[in-house]
Design a binder for this molecule. Structure first.
Ligand code: AMP
Ligand code: MG
Length: 333
């Protein structure tokens, strides 16, 4: 395991620990996929029925959305265009690929481009999770920025079109999407309760076995072994984006994995982390990334505009804030 993977595993174990009941109420399986640790806890006695199916869903999602697998659909999209070709397309795309591209473009439009899957050239340039990441030269950042812009893509039937060179990275939404698929699958099989932790996203199915509501701890960005408070929820999804998840430090500055599509640099706002609570898993994931990029004031204005139905907890430089609809469900520490 690379250092970042071990770090991630520890962080995720802590989050799942704080969001579940005693172990003997669950069958549990851990899977490492999509560059993260996935912990699936289901109703005691149901693990044998469902774990293979869950693993199959994750493998299939990775086959579609991975940026690094050679034959994934994202890689086929990214490698099938060139600068010379002004207008090109990938046809015969799978239904999940088309669905998630359409949803991503919708989130981009509604968040004014804070969320943007065409961020790939910048993700590649920064290579935050690489062996020895460096701050790129500004000229490289400016070059990469030329290729970023969700307006350069559109979808018709099962064909994804683009203008000029466009490469995509679905890392900010594919985990949430897959989590949603897993929870739907477990629900359809009549699993009474389940709790899945999936790279900063949590899915809560059914009612907590020991009664009462589910608890999800919100990590303290300055000490991820601790929390700033706890959300108490009936179910649904929580997606967290934070500056502590993947980063490197250079000359006292933290360069993390969430890039501002307008500047090309890791988003520098007053938000340290944001947790989005929502009934739609991929929307929760996409929005957590977008709100992080916006910063607190813009994120709150976006919430108040009611473009989407969600709630959020913001850990900012000034303190912890919640949106109106969730304030009674959050217990600060
Ligand atoms: P998340 O942890 O869900 O906020 O997703 C962050 C990941 O999404 C990064 O590791 C990148 O792969 C990708 N990403 C970074 N910045 C953005 C952005 N502004 N919009 C969409 N995806 C992004
Ligand atoms: Mg996200």
């Amino acid at each position: 395991m690379k250092k970042i993977e071990i770090f991630l595993a520890v962080v995720i174990c802590i989050l799942s620990f704080s969001s579940c009941a005693p172990k003997d109420e669950y069958d549990e399986k851990q899977i490492f996929a999509m560059d993260t640790v996935i912990t699936i806890k289901v109703e005691k006695g149901r693990g044998d029925d469902v774990f293979d199916g869950c693993a199959g869903i994750i493998t299939e999602a990775e086959r579609i959305f991975s940026r690094t697998l050679e034959d994934s659909e994202v890689t086929r999209f990214n490698t099938s265009n060139s600068e010379a070709e002004y207008d090109s397309a990938l046809d015969d795309c799978s239904a999940p690929f088309v669905e998630l591209i359409e949803k991503s473009l919708d989130i981009s439009e509604k968040t004014g481009g804070a969320f943007d899957i065409t961020i790939e050239p910048l993700v590649e340039l920064w290579n935050i999770t690489g062996e020895s990441p460096e701050v790129p030269d500004v000229s490289y950042i400016n070059n990469a920025l030329v290729y970023v812009g969700y307006e350069r893509m559109y979808v018709e039937d099962d064909t994804v079109y683009r203008y000029g060179m466009v490469k995509i990275d679905m890392g900010a939404i594919a985990k949430g999407y897959t989590l949603g698929m897993l929870c739907d699958y477990l629900g359809a099989l009549g699993v009474k309760y389940a709790n899945i932790s999936f790279g900063g996203n949590v899915g809560l199915v059914g009612s907590k076995p020991s009664g009462g509501k589910w608890s999800v701890g919100i990590k303290d960005p300055d000490d991820t072994s601790s929390t700033v408070g706890t959300l108490t929820l009936d179910g649904g999804y929580v997606a967290v984006s934070g500056d502590y998840e993947r980063y490197f430090e250079k000359d006292g500055t933290r360069y993390h994995h969430i890039i501002d599509p307008f500047t090309g640099y890791p988003a520098q706002t007053d938000i340290r982390s944001v947790a989005v609570v929502c009934d739609d898993a991929s929307l929760a994931d996409g929005l957590s990334t977008a709100l992080f990029v916006m910063g607190y004031d813009k994120a709150l204005a976006f919430y108040n505009a009611k473009t989407y139905d969600f709630e959020a907890v913001f850990v900012t430089d000034d303190g912890v804030y919640t949106t109106e609809g969730i304030k009674d469900s959050f217990q600060a520490k």
